[in-house]
Write a protein of this length. Structure first.
Length: 261
């Protein structure tokens, strides 16, 4: 009769790891030297890791606050987080930034986004009264879930600057100082909230401009989306869901021309 296999004691699960797994998925390759982490229960909050030529990674957009541990863990095999660059200062894009700053990563943004990243997280220019009542109440709760609070900005970036092999492109309108990152060699764009691919409940939708309730200047947002279309990107990764592929330029041009609620 064969000997019974020894019973190995079960290693207790680390509740922090379980919470981290609920807050954020595993990193996915988005392009050469680019990984996306999708956060939140619906995996609609995007943060990007960009391999830096000088070592480590730059984080573009910080997603919601619960993603911080997953971002640090995903960056560790690549040399750790070298810096964080915010696409803009809204609550769901600065969310994990305070925790990343506390771990030693300087946080940068466009000069026009700085007051909002260090301040209200966009609440000073939003118009929630324009939202349907149910959405307004839902977001009133969720912004507190998403937001890690004000973050100290260590420096700024502007149109034409370089970040980990990408060029900074100013795309203001949805938010003051909103920026994207553009890489000419493979026509990859990372654009934060220059357009949405989710509706106000986090459900997938066709690409479109954000609602007026969340825009600082909707007409400026249209012009920025047209600027993005003129780059003729092959793939665009937004701040939520994505990517956008296929007839990217045509889709962006139609989105820029469409009515905005």
């Amino acid at each position: 009769m064969p000997a019974a296999s020894p019973v190995r004691p079960r290693r207790p699960r680390d509740p922090r790891r379980l919470l981290d797994a609920l807050a954020c998925g595993a990193p996915e390759q988005a392009a050469d030297g680019v990984w996306v982490l999708r956060g939140g229960p619906l995996r609609t909050m995007n943060a990007y890791l960009l391999a830096d030529p000088d070592g480590g990674v730059s984080v573009f957009d910080a997603g919601e606050r619960g993603m911080a541990a997953a971002i640090l863990r995903a960056a560790a095999p690549h040399g750790g987080v070298r810096r964080v660059v915010l696409g803009h200062g809204d609550t769901d894009h600065r969310g994990a930034a305070p925790a990343l700053a506390a771990a030693g990563a300087p946080v940068l943004c466009h000069p026009d986004a700085r007051p909002h990243a260090e301040g209200t997280g966009g609440r000073d220019y939003w118009r929630p009264e324009l939202l349907p009542g149910a959405v307004r109440r839902f977001h009133g709760v969720m912004h507190h879930v998403w937001d890690g609070g004000p973050v100290t900005i260590s420096g700024t970036v502007a149109d034409g600057d370089e970040v980990a092999g990408f060029r900074v492109v100013a795309l203001p309108g949805h938010a003051p100082g909103l920026i994207g990152l553009w890489r000419e060699r493979d026509r990859v764009a990372l654009v934060s909230d220059a357009f949405y691919m989710t509706d106000m409940w986090g459900r997938p939708q066709d690409p479109g401009l954000p609602l007026r309730a969340y825009n600082h200047d909707t007409e400026q947002a249209r012009a920025s989306l047209r600027r993005l279309a003129e780059l003729d990107p092959a793939v665009v990764w937004p701040g939520h869901l994505g990517p956008l592929t296929g007839d990217v330029r045509g889709v962006l041009e139609r989105a820029a021309a469409a009515p905005v609620a």
